[in-house]
Design a protein around this ligand. Structure first.
Ligand SMILES: Nc1ncnc2c1ncn2[C@@H]1O[C@H](COP(=O)(O)OP(=O)(O)O)[C@@H](O)[C@H]1O
Ligand SMILES: [Mg+2]
Length: 256
C-alpha cells in the first residue's frame, strides 16, 4: 500500500469501456485510472462485472466467443488492444493470480521457473536466483527453502497461493491482477497474503467480495454495480463518506 505519493503515475487507464458477452452488456462506460505502486480494489455484488473488467486488463477475455469490447484500455500509454499490441507480451507484464490456488502438479521449484523457462532462461544459477527472489518476495522462502523439490500440490492452500504469487512474480511483472485471491484461504493464510499485498510496492488491482479486506489493503476502491462503475475514490473516503447512495447502501450491507 502506497503512502501519499507526491508524483502520481497512471499505469492503467480505462476510457469508456463497454464490454458485451454476445447480447449481454457486461460493462457500461467504465473509465478509471490506476496508479503506480498503489493497490486498487474492486468491490460490488456478485455478477457486477469485476472479473470481466480485471480480465480485460491483460486480454484474458480474448478467447471468449462472441465477446466484444469498445473503448480504450491503456497501460503506460500503450493501447492494450491496439493493432500492434502483443497479448503474450502483455500477459507477461501484467501477471494474474486467481481465486483458487492453481499450482502446476510439479515441484515448487519448477512452478516458479515455468515462466522464466518459457522465455528462454536456462542457466541453473540464474533460475536458482530467480526462484529464491520470487519466493522471498511472496513471503514463502523461509517456509519452503528446504522443500523446493517437493510437489507444490502437497503444500497448504495458503502456501499454494503464495507459490502462485511467486510464479507470477518470477516474470517480474509491472502489474499484478488478483481475482479474489484469498477466498479459498483460511484466516491465517489470508492475513499472510494481505500482508504481502500491502507491502509489495507493486501496482496491484484486486477484486474482492470482502469489503473489510478492501478497506484493510487498498489505496483506492472502485464500487461496481450491474456493469457500471458507480464510485471510485480513496478507500478511506469511499468507506467513510461515500458520495453515492448506491455505494452507501452496499457498504452498509443494505444489499449485495
Ligand atoms: N464467459 C461469459 N459468457 C457470458 N456471460 C458471462 C461470461 N462471464 C461472465 N458473464 C456474465 O457477466 C456478468 C459479470 O460477470 P463477472 O465479471 O464474472 O462478475 P463478478 O466478477 O463481479 O462476479 C455476469 O452476469 C456473468 O454471468
Ligand atoms: Mg468474479
Amino acid at each position: 500500500m502506497a503512502e501519499q505519493n507526491a508524483t502520481e503515475t497512471v499505469v492503467i487507464s480505462a476510457r469508456d469501456v463497454d464490454f458485451f458477452y454476445g447480447e449481454f452488456h457486461a460493462l457500461k462506460g467504465v473509465s478509471m485510472d490506476m496508479l503506480e505502486h498503489e493497490v486498487t480494489a474492486m468491490i460490488g455484488p456478485s455478477g457486477c462485472g469485476k472479473s470481466t473488467f480485471l480480465k480485460l486488463l491483460n486480454r484474458m477475455n480474448d478467447f471468449v466467443p462472441g465477446a466484444r469490447l469498445a473503448g480504450d484500455i491503456l497501460i503506460r500509454g500503450e493501447p492494450v488492444y491496439g493493432p500492434d499490441s502483443d497479448p503474450v507480451d502483455i500477459r507477461r507484464k501484467v501477471g494474474m493470480v486467481f481465486q483458487r490456488p492453481n499450482p502446476f502438479p510439479k515441484s515448487i521449484y519448477d512452478n516458479i521457473c515455468y515462466g522464466p523457462r518459457l522465455v528462454g532462461v536456462r542457466a541453473k544459477q540464474e533460475l536458482d536466483a530467480l526462484v529464491e527472489k520470487a519466493l522471498r518476495a511472496a513471503a514463502l522462502w523461509d517456509e519452503v527453502k528446504d522443500l523446493l523439490g517437493k510437489s507444490a500440490m502437497d503444500l497448504s492452500g495458503g502456501q499454494q497461493q503464495r507459490v502462485c504469487i511467486a510464479r507470477a512474480l518470477a516474470l517480474e511483472p509491472d502489474i499484478l491482477l488478483m481475482d479474489e485471491p484469498t477466498s479459498a484461504l483460511d484466516p491465517i493464510a489470508t492475513a499472510k497474503v494481505e500482508e504481502w499485498i500491502k507491502t509489495s510496492g507493486l501496482t496491484i488491482v484486486i477484486v474482492t467480495h470482502n469489503m473489510q479486506q478492501a478497506a484493510r489493503i487498498s489505496d483506492r476502491t472502485a464500487f461496481f454495480y450491474m456493469g457500471s462503475l458507480v464510485e471510485f475514490g480513496k478507500t478511506r473516503d469511499l468507506f467513510t463518506r461515500p458520495r453515492e447512495t448506491q455505494t452507501e447502501n452496499y457498504i452498509t450491507g443494505r444489499f449485495g
